[in-house]
Design a protein around this ligand. Sequence first.
Ligand SMILES: Nc1ncnc2c1ncn2[C@@H]1O[C@H](COP(=O)(O)OP(=O)(O)OP(=O)(O)O)[C@@H](O)[C@H]1O
Ligand SMILES: [Mg+2]
Length: 406
Amino acid sequence: MRLTIPHLTKKVTLMHRNHRVLSGDYDTYTHGFRKIRVIHHPTHIPVGVVLTGKDLDVQSLNYWLFWRGIPDYRVDVERLKRRFSIDDAKDLLEMEYALSVSDNYWLMPENEDLHYHRLNFFDRPFDQEGFAKAMFRIDHYNPPETAMHTPNNTLCGYHRKAWMKKGESLYLLKGSTGFHQQECINEWLASEMALRLGMKAVAYDVRIYEHQLVSACENFLNKHTDLVTAENVLKTVKTSKKEFWIDLFLDTLENHGISDASDRLDEQIVLDYLMMNTDRHLQNHGILTDAETNEWIAMAPIFDTGTGLGCFVKTPELADYENHRTCKFLNARHFSHEDLLTLCGNVQRFDFSVLQDMPQVFADKMVRYQSQTGIPNERIEALCALLARRISRIQNYQLNAANGGL
Ligand SMILES: Nc1ncnc2c1ncn2[C@@H]1O[C@H](COP(=O)(O)OP(=O)(O)OP(=O)(O)O)[C@@H](O)[C@H]1O
Ligand SMILES: [Mg+2]
């Protein structure tokens, strides 16, 4: 007997702002295209989606679409699904025309006459509290239907998060997972150090939302720019699993006119070293592209540096945490942060003396939120000591390098 799957196929057009990119048959059950019928504007095909001659690789298009949605490994996704009475978080994907505020792509159903300038969430109000409470609230909450019509449906990542609007600006609230909610404070710490060191990085703040610690940062994209992940950048070139992709990544960016790629990547390396970041995977960095022309503009500012400084390890383990090989960078895994630092092309340009009081500033911040996090004094001390060691290690490394010791 033939199994019947309840496919609901619609004819839709993938749009980029007001540009028609391609039209085809879209399956609302699998949340992907089944067949592409026409390519209208090849220049606007998302970076990373493979087009060979006139043949578009539908699988790569669906992979790109899939990663715009809420992943099923998101913290508390089961609770969110129950609150919205949906079986799969991906069911939200095309709920509001698949509009996002991390890029300017969307899906227009056939026979609808819609215009991006009226539709986009950079300008249009939405029910921010409805979604944010459905994502974060611990007590019982029954969201209104409007809560599903937000740009949060096309927001990826592991941590709980929600877009909020304040005046003209969009802010992302992001929660923690760790026992001590350390990730949020880490996000602020990393951005504070980055900004002091003169790096191009997103500024994060710590706030309380729904009685929980969250980090808050402003949207670094707008109606004119898109974020393209490093993963999608690397899909435009031939990669080999046997090689480390750093040179290929830099060459690809430079070939597209991003001339300061090496300096920007150095900043990421130095910050990841200081933070002992364990999560710089291929979607945690990328580039900005022009949403009107699809040209590559610059490397994206550093974001998502919260998963570090031993946020998932118990306090006694922090004493020798640096001896573990916990670094992740591009396609490399399980190597030491010392090895990461050797990839930095020019460590001499950083003035680490600006970080002198950072361990104390970090301690003050943790003490300030101690009543929410419950983080004990002993851990605060251990974390500050760890940060102080990171700063002094990188200063020594810089000194050795200057003296020709490396
Ligand atoms: N400030 C921002 N402006 C615009 N888009 C953003 C911003 N911060 C995050 N995003 C978008 O949200 C996605 C998820 O954010 P982020 O990486 O901070 O979350 P996460 O849950 O910590 O991720 P991970 O799964 O790597 O742990 C990013 O990949 C990016 O697409
Ligand atoms: Mg991330």
